[in-house]
Design a protein around this ligand. Structure first.
Ligand code: AHR
Length: 643
């Protein structure tokens, strides 16, 4: 039997305990949660026409009298208004001119849904030009189109045109043709197409279905923007938050660090960061999710430091951190508080945590961390700093890192482990012996990497999720030490992924929650505020007889959250004995039993079959005929169903 003791050594659970880790990997941002449908909208990719195709009579099914040319022009670094965005398209047309955009592995359209096209244009005086948007399917057949619209003739100034049209059909793999009719010349830039119905219907916003899935996790925090993209493959390509705020059209597009990490088919020459999803939007997302924002900043080191890059001068990196705190929390009299206000958020974002470096270790990192710590703590003692500790590698790097980090003063140390499922089972007691006086732990990236097939989603097997659940009972049991934890990576485009497993898979129209997602959700929804001792024969339940268990209670003492994980394929009948819970739990106790099980350890949810592994709920305590009773409390004993 398992004894849950309400008296002994209760420890508190941090409200930030279960959170999410966002990185633009696997087309998670551009081509993912950032709902822009046009790829390379401002011609800033290395190859300025990547993703675009100029139409002619031979290559187009439109059967039009195409007559014109397009020249990509550089407006020069200093020219306003688009300071980070230097190129634009100059077009001359005699009759029809068309360019087709392929989207991010196609474009998704939903029948009946409105779509908003915008573009910055400058039509030469004397020209007469009309614009039409034509949507094709993957074979080039016309599916629907907007009416022609006259473009205003403006010689010197740029203006933004907008057209909203409705999709007549659902297409998973559409294309957009920007068709011009008339005679003369014009310049075009920032050609953009978004669904009107984004998350909270924000123009230029995020994909509602994906944000909803994040919302449903009730995350306590959101860590952003990565991962290795914080560091960049080289420092030139590092993530610089200041390039990601202000008007979207001025944000500088850069190569995504994951573009060439792997060989084909996982490499993605067309993987760039437009920064349409930038730091303002990340903070806004955190606010929408009621999650603490946890930005991670570059500390002067490129990815995993082995690149040998050494920052000669840390000052710009430290200044970025100080300015970020001002951007998040400063009032509008400060320069960056003013920028935030201008962007539409006069209220502060209430930043409390800041990560210094991503996944770094050894002296190059520690030397930098010390300087960051002394400067940031002096200026902002209220901000809790999160240090890195390197990637998991037989534990050695972690041990070395901890021996130094204990002499420093991060509030939290970020540990990362991607390991076989068995590692997670063997490490359910990992934090039982951690120093209670030292820095706290942020389990910032973890996932069980086990068996998979060629089907991308198969890497997220039920067994991987089960072993993570077992491990998470250990995180929860040690909630006094582990204050934050997040699975990684979060999102993956099924047609453009680099790394798996991932928590949520998606295509252009749909998304699917993995078994691992449901495990995260179960723990998050049943977080509680205090951990209660849960034992079998006076020992924590961490693998005896294939069972793992932990229990929390809510602050009012009226709710008990018992997590039981059985990693064997056998049924494990178990008695639960509640002790010392006082009056809080009355004899008229009601409950909800949520069970995640599968017929096979390697079952998984796919976009085609999203419901293979789903939590099942059963309410109990109201039934006149309970299946069992413990200590006078009525509880169900589903002896034949627990797996
Ligand atoms: O989550 C994928 C990558 O794994 C992250 O970018 C990095 O921090 C880790 O190595």
């Amino acid at each position: 039997s398992i004894l849950i003791d309400g008296v002994k050594d209760r420890i508190s659970v941090s409200p930030t305990m279960w959170g999410i880790f966002f990185e633009d990997i696997n087309f998670a941002a551009d081509g993912g949660i950032y709902a822009e449908l046009i790829k390379n909208r401002s011609f800033e990719f290395d190859n300025p026409l990547m993703g675009w195709r100029i139409l002619d009579e031979k290559n187009s099914t439109l059967k039009l009298d195409f007559d014109g040319k397009l020249l990509i022009t550089n407006r020069g670094q200093s020219t306003q208004p688009h300071k980070g965005n230097h190129r634009y398209a100059h077009i001359e047309l005699g009759h029809f001119f068309g360019v087709e955009n392929e989207g991010f592995r196609g474009m998704g359209f939903k029948a009946g849904e409105p779509y908003r096209f915008t573009a910055d244009i400058r039509v030469k005086k004397g020209s007469k030009v009309e614009l039409q948007l034509v949507v094709l399917d993957s074979t080039g057949r016309i599916q629907f189109r907007s009416p022609f619209k006259d473009l205003p003739e403006i010689s010197d100034n740029w203006s933004t045109v907008e057209t909203v049209f409705s999709a007549d059909k659902t297409l998973a793999n559409g294309r957009l043709v920007v068709l011009l009719k008339g005679a003369g010349s014009l310049d075009m830039d920032m050609l953009s197409l978004f669904p009107v119905h984004t998350w909270k219907d924000r123009p230029g916003g995020l994909r509602a279905d994906l944000v909803q899935k994040l919302y449903d996790l009730h995350p306590g925090f959101i860590r952003f923007p990565g991962g290795c993209i914080v560091e960049g493959r080289t420092l030139v390509n590092r993530y610089q938050w200041k390039n990601t705020v202000g008007p979207v059209a001025e944000r500088t597009t850069i190569t995504n660090r994951w573009q060439t990490e792997f060989k084909a088919p996982r490499n993605a020459p067309d993987y760039f960061q437009s920064y349409g999803l930038g730091f303002y939007e990340y903070f806004q997302l955190a606010e929408d999710l009621h999650a603490e924002p946890l930005p991670i900043l570059n500390c002067g080191m490129a990815c995993q430091y082995n690149s040998g890059e050494v920052a000669a001068d840390l000052e710009p990196y430290i200044q970025d951190a100080l300015d970020l705190i001002e951007f998040a929390n400063g009032d509008s009299s400060t320069p960056y508080g003013h920028l935030r206000t201008q962007m539409g958020h006069p209220e502060p974002f209430h930043l409390k945590y800041l990560g210094v470096g991503n996944e770094q270790w050894e002296s190059q990192y520690f030397d930098r961390y010390k300087i960051f710590e002394s400067r940031l703590k002096l200026a902002h003692p209220e901000i809790q700093l999160v240090s890195g500790s390197g990637p998991y590698n037989s534990g050695k790097w972690f041990d070395d890192a901890w021996s130094v980090l204990r002499t420093l003063h991060p509030s939290l140390v970020d540990e990362h482990y991607y390991a076989p499922p068995e590692w997670f089972l063997n490490n359910a007691g990992r934090y039982d012996q951690y120093d209670r006086q030292g820095p706290k732990v942020f389990a910032g990236e973890y996932a069980a990497h086990g068996k998979s097939t060629t089907v991308p989603e198969s890497a997220n097997s039920f067994y991987s999720a089960l072993t993570e659940a077992a491990f998470m009972t250990g995180l929860e049991r040690n909630a006094d030490v582990v204050r934050m934890a997040s699975y990684a990576p979060l999102l993956a485009n099924i047609n453009a992924w680099q790394w798996r497993p991932d928590l949520i898979w998606f295509d252009n129209l749909h998304s699917v929650a993995t078994p691992n997602y449901y495990v995260q959700q179960l723990f998050s929804l049943a977080k509680g505020t205090e951990v209660l001792q849960t034992s079998a024969n006076h020992q924590p339940v961490k693998g005896q007889d294939s069972l793992y268990a932990s229990t929390t209670m809510d602050a009012a003492g009226h709710k008990l959250y018992i997590k039981l994980v059985n990693v064997s394929s056998d049924n494990k009948p178990v008695d639960i004995v509640l002790q010392g819970l006082g009056q809080g739990l009355s004899r008229a106790m009601k409950g909800r039993w949520t069970m995640l099980k599968a017929d096979s350890a390697y079952a998984y949810n796919s976009l085609n079959q999203p419901d293979q592994v789903q939590p099942k709920h059963m309410d109990f305590g109201t039934s006149p005929n309970p299946k069992g009773a413990v200590n006078g409390y009525e509880l169900p004993f589903i002896k034949n169903e627990r797996k």
